[in-house]
Design a protein around this ligand. Structure first.
Ligand code: SAH
Length: 518
């Protein structure tokens, strides 16, 4: 058995924050990355699971046998069992684990079983609501205290510990969790005990995410306003003078893509940067990869090319994607070789992302086109330098032949396949559902191939919607736009810079041109 060591906890009770993945603490990210088992609550943002050690087992507590909202010992049992076995277990909970999260009970169970644990706090819903609605929960002039209150205990419930009289008289902001379903009772209790019906009040749903929705009104009108806006549980109720002191739209609500649902179609391992940027702009991001990057099925020609490079047989090595860069460097490593085997070959990169991938290995691209990050741009940039030279193109198992055809007019050119692109479209049920309900209105298309795969797989669902302008197809380049048009689809926008950032900019321009949301 594993011996308990106070310096080496095995179980971590971790706050996941309020929903915006960026609000996770560094400590939480660290322990997720080395977990053996992650036991997460249903409300935890799914995207955080991207941070989990790929080898870890992930279990949503909802799926545990015998799960019942009011009965948690089976979770305690699992935490204890795995903890005693020396496994690194992360118990991931929404917000902060000790604020209405039953983290205290779990810690107690672990302590009495002799399991060493650590508690990692998280941003609790009230703090997120304050920041993302711009409501100062305390204020020198009108709120000297904050109360975190559960709205779950009915005033009529025997053993109810909430003193509504004291809460009505509380000299600060009330942040009521789990209260939306009982809102009329809560408001009635506060008013009955003398709270001013004009006290500013708000309800917020999914604070800190692109889905954040809020109503602001006076306490007496809160239920009517909630119904009018269609806000449902779970949500947070805020009551107090500071609630009146918020701008019409918070800094978050004015983000250019706030509330827009955007589909990202890049291969899963390459989507992270784009997803983060879109989220940062306020979007709600869905992912539907249609292509996977794999090792080439045959390394024969690849390895031979690496030997030729080492032996100085090529003047230029040209990369048309970051994937190609990683494939070459990974292969050298797999062969127990290193950068020195690239010798004096000159390196060309099709665009800034590919050049950045080279920099990850301390390699500098000798050539990157100035502005046009496409095969044409690369040909134009290379042409003046490569006449009569020997050029090796590192590429996928498929792609356009333009680069080879054009360069072959002036130089000796060969292509070598360094990675395979495989079409894999397994429709994500959440994406299908959101498309059918007309919620996803922007689809980003980062290559012709991805566009073709996606449109073929979702044709029935989206063709009519694209025609009616309800779904916007945004292409990374005119070539990708052409591929989309050839399939009989309308292209709503094309990027002017042919990169992921360019694609995002095109979405932002489109949203701006459409004006404010309906
Ligand atoms: N431990 C969590 C609270 C769990 S209780 C925390 O610290 O935030 C669940 C309640 O939290 C919900 O009913 C709702 O009232 C509130 N809540 C959690 N996340 C929220 C969010 N992003 N926006 C609004 N309310 C939220």
């Amino acid at each position: 058995m594993h011996l308990p060591d106070p310096a080496n906890p095995t179980v971590f009770l971790v706050g996941a924050g309020p929903g915006n993945p960026g609000l996770l603490t560094l400590r939480a990210a660290e322990v997720l990355a080395r977990a053996d088992l992650v036991l997460y609550d249903q409300l935890v943002p799914e995207r955080l699971l991207d941070l989990v050690n790929p080898a870890a087992e992930r279990v949503c507590v909802r799926d545990l046998p015998g799960n019942h909202p009011d009965r948690y010992p089976h979770i305690h049992q699992l935490l204890i069992e795995k903890g005693l076995a020396g496994k690194t277990v992360v118990r991931l909970k929404g917000g902060d684990p000790l604020i209405f999260g039953r983290g205290g009970e779990e810690a107690e169970a672990l302590r009495s079983a002799g399991v060493v644990y650590e508690i990692v706090p998280g941003v609790t819903a009230a703090l997120a609501a304050g920041a993302f609605l711009e409501i100062p929960l305390t204020h020198r002039n009108y709120a000297s205290a904050v109360a975190l209150v559960t709205g779950h205990e009915l005033p009529s419930k025997p053993g109810n510990r909430l003193d509504w009289k004291a809460l009505a008289a509380f000299p600060g902001t009330l942040c009521i969790y789990m209260g939306v379903a009982r809102l009329p009772v809560i408001v009635a209790e506060l008013l009955k005990h003398g709270k001013d019906p004009n006290t500013p009040a708000a309800i917020v749903e999914r604070a800190s995410t692109g889905d954040q929705r809020a109503v602001h009104t006076r306490l007496a009108d809160l239920e009517a306003a909630r119904r009018h806006a269609g806000l449902e549980a779970p949500g947070l109720i805020l009551v107090g003078e500071p609630v009146a002191h918020h701008p019409a739209q918070s800094w978050w609500e004015t983000r250019p893509l706030f509330g827009r649902r955007v589909l990202v179609t890049r291969p899963a391992h390459q989507a992270g940067g784009m997803v983060r940027t879109l989220e940062h702009l306020g979007a709600v991001v869905y992912q539907q990869p249609t292509v996977e990057i794999r090792e080439p099925s045959d390394f024969g020609a690849f390895d031979q090319a690496l030997n030729q490079i080492r032996d100085g047989e090529w003047d230029w090595l040209v990369f048309t994607s970051a994937n190609g860069v990683h494939a070459v460097l990974r292969r050298l490593e797999a062969l127990n070789r290193d950068l020195r085997d690239l010798g004096r070959v000159r390196l060309a990169a099709i665009g800034p992302k590919t050049a950045a991938a080279l920099r990850e290995y301390r390699l500098r691209a000798d050539l990157v086109p100035d502005a046009t990050y496409s095969s044409d741009g690369l040909v134009a940039a290379l042409a003046p330098q490569v006449a009569g030279r020997r050029i090796l193109l590192a590429r996928a198992n498929r792609g356009r032949e333009l680069l080879r055809d054009e360069l072959a007019k002036i130089a000796t050119v060969e292509q070598v396949t360094v990675y395979d692109q495989v079409d894999v479209v397994t429709p994500n049920p959440a994406v299908l559902d959101q498309l059918r309900r007309g919620e996803i209105r922007y689809i980003t298309l980062p290559s012709s191939r991805i566009a073709e795969n996606l449109l073929r797989a979702f044709d029935d669902t989206i063709r009519g919607r694209v025609e009616r302008g309800e779904v916007n197809l945004v292409a990374i380049s005119p070539q990708t736009g052409d591929a989309v048009r050839q399939m009989g689809y309308r292209v709503a926008a094309e990027a002017t810079s042919f990169t992921a950032d360019g694609l995002i900019e095109a979405v932002v321009r489109l949203v701006r041109a459409e004006g404010s949301p309906a």
